[in-house]
Design a protein around this ligand. Sequence first.
Ligand code: GLN
Length: 494
Amino acid sequence: MSIITKSAAELGRMMAAGELTSEELTRASLEQIEKLNPTLNVFLAYDAEHALAQARAVDARRAAGEELGPLAGIPVGVKDNYCTTDFPTTCASRMLEGWVPPYDAAVVERLRAAGMVIVGKTNLDEFAMGSSTETSAFGPSRNPWDAERVPGGSGGGSAAAVASFMVPLAVGSDTGGSIRQPGAVTGTVGVKATYGGSSRYGLVAMASSLDQPGPCARTAEDAALLQEIISGYDPRDSASLNQPVPDLVGAVQAADLAGMKVGVVKEFAGDGYDQGVLDRFNEAVELLRQAGAEIVEVSCPHFTYALPAYYLIQPAELSSNLARFDGMRYGLREGDDGTRGAEEVMNLTREKGFGREGKRRIIIGTYALSAGYYDAYYGSAQKVRHLIQQDFEKAFEQVDVLISPTTPSTAFKVGERTADPMSMYLADLCTIPSNMAGNASGSFPSGLADGLPTGLQVMAPPMEDARVYRVGGVLERALEAKWGGPLWRKMEAL
Ligand code: GLN
């Protein structure tokens, strides 16, 4: 296999040793994008000349003897809901088609400061609402394990870009599972940082109390390297935590799990879960036990209410955040021909600009927030959120981390769930509680069921992201020893 299957950490070492240039690597990355993007529809925008110019600039800095970080010169994909001054930021919506932001998101600034090469912008569900990328106004992305299937969502583009070796790393955002669920169904690593750990400045807001950036990678070490880069205090995000970034790369290297207590969430198994997903999960639990972890079963009785509560809180916040797309300030403006008043133009713009899922959620959210219903819906959902937080707090008095399958099933077929929003929402059953509590949570490959990837989710208390990486790193090495190499070697398309 060519250079593109190597990990970002390895490629970074090769560049530091003078065995490879960023230009060579970026060319290989672009070649893979050219080859596969027409089928997988992963990049909404990419720019070969611009990427190569960034690569040559890093090579020149290195040649001049400058000390560069471990990911300098590494190509990276950025989910298209992060503001970038050099690419349009569409959120996969007609509403923002062609809009080029006047500033970079904090995460993007940090990628640039680390010398990473921003190759392009990856596909997502419209405004990050969805679990399959099928609500994208620009067509669904496809799963490289089986192009008939979805790569998860909303960050299916970022996960598929990494899984198909277009880029070694990508950035995602996770409101209810949009980094972890695509990670699980594409056989990659996806981590949602602690809420406040990585700045949301310039990440187009969806549901502000839940949105959080994080890395998409093929290895735990690569994810750790990227998360360290995109993390840290930023006064421009009012929820940003002014605390030191944990040592995540060090955590991945942990030899074993001796002394660690791992809780298996009792509620996340049984009816509705694919048998293959549960089998791979149980095998992984056994490997964690062999690595020295003490495994205990933990009950989190309110986790089953997380999904319905999320689908009140999320649309409520979304309806307020998307109110800014009114045809006056950004992107699309429809029907402004001099004969219509502002209100009519706003209505026409929103009618044309938003897809079905967006409209559904704006209506649900506006209703849940309206006078007379606020306490019954939004207020109740916030109470449930509090109970979920208490479940976590109680669990973390007993154990260091909680684990579960990342998602109840493997990748489903394109079109299979679009007619039934409830079945689509169920893909995030296991990931949503961590957003409700704002804690750290990651998904790591746990194997294949009927030839399709499955994931194991690790949940840790806020700012204990290192625990997620410790478990992920140990699991990854144990599974690679068992398989005789990384999971992606089993990908038929290779
Ligand atoms: N699938 C969930 C939703 O549709 C989560 C999306 C996300 O995390 N951005 O809301």
